[in-house]
Unconditional design. Structure first.
Length: 254
């Protein structure tokens, strides 16, 4: 971007906080089959309609000390964490954009990635709608950046074929078909050889998380663990630090 001053980063952060707040509402209503476009937000515990000053990202949670103003039940910590996470992501992605349109695409992509990771972490299901929207956005971003779209498409096909083979061999026990679709998106977004780094990071962190849960007695071998959060983490890490990581990966593994 042409302007990297503090005001631009502050705008990115606060816009990200608002996007994170909207994401919380979107996921909450999706889980209950409610429309996100109609109706006012309500307390999940008592159902009281929330006022605008109850919904200020981070600030309301801090002022209310993590409790509902009306019933004093605890507000889940995930709400401010998601708001903060999206806000930080929007700031970190700012320097990757070649212009305003590219920046909006990256922000929209990060919103979709957060949605996919959070939904899969809770329900062990990847919403296909989010993946398809992310695919369309990734293609637009590729075209806007002027990169090699054919190479990106081949990277997507190769990565998805590898995951499809795992899906078929395991008959869906190790990963779902949604992971195959998500990896196709990752290949289109990251292209070759960055997709290798992203998948390596996903497998490494996913395996580490699974082993830790088994060691703590929270899971057993064969238990299902959502993989989309680790694929999303690998995508973000590669987007932000891709060039250095690609060089390191190629040096040590190829």
């Amino acid at each position: 971007m042409g302007y990297n001053g503090p005001m631009a980063f502050l705008f990115s952060f606060f816009f990200g906080l608002s996007a994170g707040s909207f994401l919380n509402a979107l996921l909450y209503r999706m889980e209950r089959g409610q429309s996100v476009w109609t109706g006012r937000s309500r307390c999940p515990s008592c159902g009281h309609q929330l006022s605008w000053y109850d919904l200020i990202p981070l600030v309301s949670f801090a002022l209310l000390r993590g409790r509902c103003r009306y019933c004093e039940k605890r507000i889940a910590l995930r709400y401010p964490i998601v708001e903060l996470g999206v806000g930080v992501a929007f700031v970190l992605l700012f320097h990757l954009a070649a212009g305003p349109f590219s920046l909006l695409l990256l922000w929209a992509l990060s919103f979709m990635l957060f949605a996919i990771a959070l939904y899969d972490a809770k329900h062990l299901v990847i919403p296909e709608t989010f993946v398809y929207l992310a695919l369309a956005l990734a293609l637009l971003w590729r075209l806007s950046e002027g990169g090699n779209v054919v190479l990106a498409f081949l990277s997507a096909v190769g990565a998805a074929a590898f995951f499809l083979a795992i899906f078929l061999v395991s008959r869906g026990r190790w990963m779902g078909f949604g992971d195959v679709e998500l990896v196709f998106f990752m290949g289109l977004l990251l292209s070759w050889p960055a997709i290798l780094v992203s998948l390596y990071a996903a497998f490494l962190t996913g395996a580490g998380f699974g082993i830790t849960l088994i060691f703590l007695g929270k899971r057993t071998f064969g238990s299902q663990v959502p993989f989309a959060p680790f694929l999303v983490l690998g995508t973000f890490v590669t987007l932000l630090f891709g060039e250095n990581l690609v060089n390191w990966y190629l040096h040590f593994f190829l």
